[in-house]
Design a protein around this ligand. Structure first.
Ligand code: BYC
Length: 309
């Protein structure tokens, strides 16, 4: 068991794991609570843009796949709230921070999903970006977070494939379907690029979180990896990435790309505008409607304890 700073530093240096009952610096605990809670909030808010399409999925098969995917996101939220709780705060407290906008969720979920193709684009690009970001998090120095990420990443891979498959069906369909896929790509490309966070020069937490083994790659490194992987996938789909500056750079061995609209990113992170307000409203409705489930679970747990005593 780790008891002080010196032992903590040695474990980080040896690239081993910190567990919940170990001593840890306050700032390490704080940054983990911030990141894991925001990650959990993103998972449950992220149910909304796709959840909106469950009743309108184009076939029973698509409906059952989408239902399973959206349920998976709820499960990811549960693992991650559980991991955050190992650091101190309880779930009701964390949800309150989301509902009162004191903690963030990912900027990506402040965009609308007006067509079925958006469901495809979200699976392909948003889950694709999530995988890029989250696979390295499986090696996070904080054990409960790293272990939660292993299962999440397996499920995200299925999500990404189902999204790509929807895009492929549309891209191989009628002219209208292909146009719908292209428009969804146009809507989700830049938000997905920005999902990796601000440029390294602006990132507040990059350096320290890398030193602590929480992050393994910087925001810009992951962004580049995502672009390099996604452009050939867009080519397979026969769709055009909406970036006139996109160009393969032989010397760098990477794609060069244009500059995202960072002002828009800031607005989305701050939750400005109608869409973010709707996301929180919908979340609160679901929370309030679920009050009876929490009460029933509590009554059951109390009865179990009484019976066991
Ligand atoms: N959106 O210093 P930086 C999913 C904030 S959901 C909003 O680079 P850090 C899915 C950042 O929090 C997956 N805020 O921070 C679900 C910080 O502000 P605070 C979501 C952002 O932590 C359903 C400030 O900007 N994934 O997969 O080193 C359906 C400066 O940033 C964003 C995760 O949560 C953003 N995009 O790096 C489909 C992964 N980016 O907190 C899919 C876990 C930055 O100081 N999180 N900010 O007020 C991480 O890996 C890191 O926290 C980030 C940011 C890479 C996001």
């Amino acid at each position: 068991m780790i008891r002080n700073q010196e032992q903590f530093d040695a474990v980080i240096k040896a690239d081993q794991r910190i567990e919940s009952d170990d001593w840890m610096p306050d700032d390490y605990r704080k940054t983990l609570i911030r990141q894991i809670a925001q990650h959990a909030h993103s998972e449950i808010i992220g149910m909304q843009p796709e959840g909106a399409w469950i009743t309108r999925a184009p076939s029973l098969r698509r409906k059952s796949i989408l239902t399973a995917k959206v349920q998976d996101e709820a499960g990811h939220g549960l693992y991650l709230y559980g991991a955050t709780e190992t650091l101190g705060p309880d779930r009701a407290e964390l949800l309150d921070l989301l509902h009162t906008k004191k903690q963030k969720y990912s900027s990506i979920f402040n965009y609308p999903s007006p067509t079925w193709a958006d469901v495809g684009a979200i699976g392909w690009l948003v889950d694709g970006a999530a995988i890029m970001n989250q696979v390295p998090l499986c090696r996070c120095s904080y054990g409960p977070y790293g272990r939660a990420m292993v299962r999440i990443c397996k499920e995200e891979s299925f999500h990404q494939r189902q999204g790509f498959q929807i895009m492929l069906s549309l891209a191989e369909g009628t002219n209208e379907q292909k146009a719908m896929a292209q428009e969804a790509l146009n809507r989700w490309w830049w938000p997905s690029i920005m999902m990796f966070g601000p440029p390294d020069t602006e990132s507040v937490h990059n350096a320290r979180n890398m030193a602590w083994g929480i992050k393994r790659y910087t925001n810009d490194e992951l962004r580049q990896t995502f672009i390099d992987a996604s452009v050939p996938q867009a080519e397979v789909l026969g769709l055009t990435v909406p970036d006139p500056d996109l160009n393969w750079n032989d010397e760098r061995g990477h794609y060069d790309f244009g500059d995202p609209d960072w002002d828009e990113f800031t607005r989305m992170v701050r939750g400005e505008g109608e869409m973010p307000a709707e996301r929180i409203r919908t979340r609160l409705e679901a929370h309030n409607e679920g009050a009876w489930v929490r009460e029933a679970a509590e009554a059951y747990a109390t009865k179990q304890q009484r019976d066991a005593a």
